[in-house]
Structure formats: structure tokens, C-alpha cells
Design a protein around this ligand. Structure first.
Ligand code: MG
Length: 501
């Protein structure tokens, strides 16, 4: 009997890992598509990705897998780890089964087409180049929501893909909280003397920016024997195994803030992927919990650590050495304040920690409207501009700095954006806990010592894979479910120091 269970479990692992091989191979092609692929390669790449998506889906929805999962789920001979894998795989199986292979291939094809249209539209700075492709994508996503099924709002079915259990009913109060609690903080900051960040807008040569980012990533603990950094249109992290994790970046030579914090951000994502257990390759316990938790790791490094005073106590002298003409006369204090300057701006990825959440809230409201059919693709730019004016008091001058700035919709990733805000909130709560758990954390950071911090993250978050769901994980780490007051207190303390308000 026991032997039989072990055999079944091995057969289950074989199937799951075969699907993972296909999915990771797709990820290599997807990475190449955004990093190296010449424009004429787009059509062929689209069909290759579509074929692979279909094949992985076939394995993951096969009768063979279903039978294995059903038998294993009533077996009493499995270890805790094995049982967790089986339980989560069965949940995934039931979800995957709701989409036909034809639908999966169609979605994959549309994703490639839509991504290429987005690249083209950005080049021409013209949303209308993207609109027809996006409209098709929105139709497919609405169809997908129906196929998955939902109780209240079609958007719920899509949110669940990125953050299991998240719904409009759960997120509406979170974003309403942002609309209530952040404006008073922002208003106070507006009354204070604005910090100077003009020195960021000098010429910072590309290669030197690149070199410094590599040094920072190494210090954080990014393993370059198990990953690399490259350039792409839009920074991202992707993984082909815990032992091969890729991050990308872009450089603006006339704006130093564009690259570095984005590298630290992607570095945080990458450390999570590199910290997943290798022996769980292709299985739920070898995969990240959710995008919200993923983003908590990137925001933790980017903001709580990478925009902290202690971090720059260590790195700033090195940065000054790298850029003596640009930063030689700028004090550490001035640099730190500039790195945390708060001001409404158009580009989400470059927004400060306070106004950032308005960018997310706007996308959340727009996605809800696109999914319930009350907004169409062609009316998107007008709605976008109107909301930016309402919440941030600014209006984009063109599509590139407005509605075309993010890659997500071209990928069909509706439901993704809210995880950015959830991630920031989890990050603030985890940071609070890390400061209690790690003796002299501030001193470690000020000495450029990140080993103990990384170990803490490995133990608390990375090594568990999907063993615990987001809220459960948060409770295990901090003794509490997600509590947004940690974030509010974190920014109140930070900006009191910077703006004296
Ligand atoms: Mg991220």
C-alpha cells in the first residue's frame, strides 16, 4: 500500500515536472521576445509560444493527472509536503480544466499579437495602434472570467489568478482607504518645503549606471551564478528554475532615478525566486505563493531597505565615487531626501511611495469597468486622463506617458495591478516584524550586511513556496492578517523625518 502511494506520487511529480519543463521553456522564449528578438521574429514566436502553452495545458488537464491526484488525495501514506503539493495541484487542476485547449492557445496567440501592437503603439506614441488588439484581448478575458465562473463580479475570477481569494468585495475597501487616508498625508507634504532632486537630472552614463546596479545586486545576495540582468523595454523578473532567474532593466541617462530602484525592485523579486526550494521543482511548494507576496519582496527591498537612510549610509560614498561630477557636492542627507521626494507624477514605476497607490487605484477602477463592460477599449485614454486629473491633479501630454505606459494589459494581465498595493502593505508589515526579529537590523544595513536579512526572508517567506496562502503566511510571520495600518504608520514616520510634517 505504502509502496503504491510512493509510485503514484512519483508519477504525479513526473507529470508536473514535464509541464514545468514546457512552461519554463516558454518563459525562456518570452524572455527572449522582450530582450533580444528581432521584430520580424514576432509571428513565429507567437505560434511557438501558443503551441507550448497548449502542450502544457494538455498535461495539466490530462485524465492521467486527474486520476493520480484523486487517488493521492485519499492516500494516508503521504508526508505533509507531499499532501500540500497534491491538495494545491488538485485545486489548480480543477481550475485549469475550465479552459479548453483551444481557448488557451487562442489566448496565448492574442497575447503575442497584443504585446507586439503595444510595442508598435509606443513607438508611434499612438493608442489607436493598440486599441483593436486590446479590445480583442478584453473580450477574451471577459470570456475567461465566465469560463472560470464567479459569484459577484467578473473581475473576481481574474483577480483570483494573481492573488488567490482576492475579490472586488475585499479590495474595494482597501482602495477606498487609499482615497481617504493618503490625501491628508499628501496635503501635509504639499504644504512643506519641497526637497530638491534636480541633481538626479544630469547626465549619468549608461555603463556606469549598469555597473553600480550590479554591485548593489551582488550585495543584496543576488546569485549571478543562478541568474543575470539584461535590458528590456519594461523591467521584469522571470524564472526558468530557482537556479536560473532573470531580471531586466532600462536606463535613462538623463534621469538617475529611473534605473537603480527598479533594479533593487526586480532584485527583490529575483531573491524570492532564487530562494524557492530546488527539490520542489515544478511543484506547488517550489512556486511563489501569490503576486501580492511576490511584490512584498520587491517592495521590501526597493522601499523599506533601498530608500532607507541606512542603506545609503553604506552605498552613497561608492555612488559618489562612481559619479564625482554629478554627486560630489550633494550630501548624503540631500540624496536621501531626494530619493524619497513625494510629488504627483505620470509614470507609475517612477512614482514615490505615497502617490504610487493612486496609480494602482486608477488601474483597478478601470479594469473593473472594462471587465463589467461599462468601459470600452476606445474610451480608455479619456477615462485614464480624467482620473489622473481627478486624483493626482495632472494630465498626460501623450499616450506614451499615459495609457500606454504599462505592458500588463498587452499580456492580458487584468487583475495584476492590485497586487502592487497589496505587496506594499505586506512589505511594511514584514519590515516592522524584521526590525523586531533581527537584532540591530539598521546597523547591518548601514554596514552593507544583508546576509541575516536575506536569511530571515528565506526562512519566513521564500522556502515555503505555496505551503501557506498569503494571509496565512502573513499571520505566521507577524501574528496578524494583513493590516494596512502598518503601511500608514510606516509612511507617516518616514515623511515626518523628510518633510517635517
Ligand atoms: Mg514588481
Amino acid at each position: 500500500m505504502e509502496n503504491n502511494s510512493k509510485q503514484l506520487y512519483t508519477a504525479y511529480c513526473d507529470l508536473m515536472q514535464k509541464a514545468a519543463d514546457i512552461n519554463y521553456a516558454s518563459a525562456v522564449l518570452g524572455w527572449d521576445q522582450e530582450v533580444y528578438m528581432p521584430p520580424k521574429g514576432a509571428d513565429a514566436r507567437g505560434r511557438q509560444l501558443s503551441t507550448l502553452a497548449g502542450q502544457a495545458h494538455e498535461v495539466l488537464t490530462s485524465d492521467k493527472l486527474e486520476q493520480l491526484l484523486k487517488e493521492l488525495s485519499i492516500s494516508e501514506d503521504l508526508t505533509d509536503t507531499e499532501m500540500s503539493n497534491v491538495r494545491l495541484s488538485l485545486e489548480d487542476f480543477e481550475k485549469n480544466k475550465k479552459l479548453s485547449p483551444a481557448f488557451v492557445e487562442e489566448l496565448s496567440k492574442q497575447t503575442s499579437e497584443c504585446f507586439n501592437a503595444w510595442i508598435e503603439a509606443r513607438k508611434k506614441n499612438d493608442f489607436s495602434v493598440f486599441a483593436p488588439s486590446l479590445a480583442k484581448m478584453i473580450e477574451l478575458k471577459r470570456k475567461q472570467a465566465v469560463l472560470y465562473g464567479y459569484e459577484v463580479h467578473p473581475y473576481d475570477a481574474l483577480l483570483d489568478e494573481y492573488e488567490k481569494g482576492a475579490t472586488v468585495a475585499m479590495l474595494d475597501p482597501v482602495f477606498a482607504g487609499i482615497r481617504e487616508q493618503l490625501p491628508p498625508i499628501l496635503d501635509k507634504i504639499k504644504t512643506a518645503k519641497q526637497v530638491d532632486n534636480s541633481f538626479f537630472h544630469q547626465n549619468f552614463p549608461k555603463q556606469k549606471q549598469w555597473d553600480f546596479s550590479i554591485e548593489v545586486l551582488k550585495k543584496m545576495g543576488f546569485d549571478f551564478e543562478a541568474g543575470r540582468q539584461d535590458y528590456s523595454e519594461h523591467p521584469f523578473t522571470t524564472s526558468f528554475a530557482a537556479t536560473d532567474v532573470r531580471i531586466t532593466t532600462r536606463v535613462d541617462e538623463d534621469n538617475y532615478t529611473s534605473m537603480l530602484w527598479s533594479c533593487i525592485h526586480e532584485g527583490g523579486h529575483a531573491l524570492y525566486e532564487q530562494g524557492l526550494p530546488e527539490d520542489q521543482y515544478g511543484l506547488p511548494l517550489g512556486s511563489p505563493v501569490s503576486l501580492g507576496i511576490h511584490e512584498s519582496q520587491s517592495r521590501f527591498w526597493e522601499n523599506c531597505i533601498g530608500r532607507g537612510f541606512d542603506f545609503w549610509k553604506f552605498f552613497y560614498p561608492q555612488l559618489q565615487k562612481q559619479f564625482p561630477e554629478q554627486l560630489g557636492n550633494v550630501t548624503l542627507d540631500a540624496f536621501y531626501k531626494a530619493a524619497n521626494r513625494v510629488a504627483p507624477s505620470l509614470i507609475r514605476t517612477e512614482a514615490d511611495e505615497v502617490t504610487y497607490h493612486f496609480h494602482v487605484m486608477i488601474r483597478y477602477e478601470i479594469e473593473k469597468a472594462l471587465m463589467d463592460g461599462s468601459l470600452s477599449a476606445q474610451d480608455l485614454p479619456a477615462r485614464w486622463n480624467e482620473m489622473y486629473y481627478k486624483y493626482l491633479g495632472i494630465k498626460p501630454a501623450d499616450d506614451k506617458t499615459g495609457v500606454l505606459q504599462d505592458v500588463h494589459w498587452s499580456h492580458g494581465s487584468f487583475g495584476y495591478f492590485p497586487t502592487y498595493t497589496l505587496g506594499s502593505f505586506y512589505a511594511a508589515q514584514f519590515f516592522n516584524q524584521a526590525q523586531q526579529d533581527i537584532k540591530d537590523l539598521n546597523a547591518h544595513v548601514a554596514n552593507g550586511e544583508f546576509k541575516e536579512l536575506l536569511l530571515w526572508l528565506r526562512e519566513k517567506v521564500h522556502k515555503h513556496g505555496r505551503r501557506y496562502a498569503s494571509e496565512e503566511l502573513c499571520e505566521r510571520i507577524t501574528g496578524k492578517k494583513l493590516d494596512t495600518s502598518f503601511f500608514i504608520r510606516y509612511i507617516q514616520a518616514k515623511y515626518k523625518e523628510i518633510y517635517g510634517v
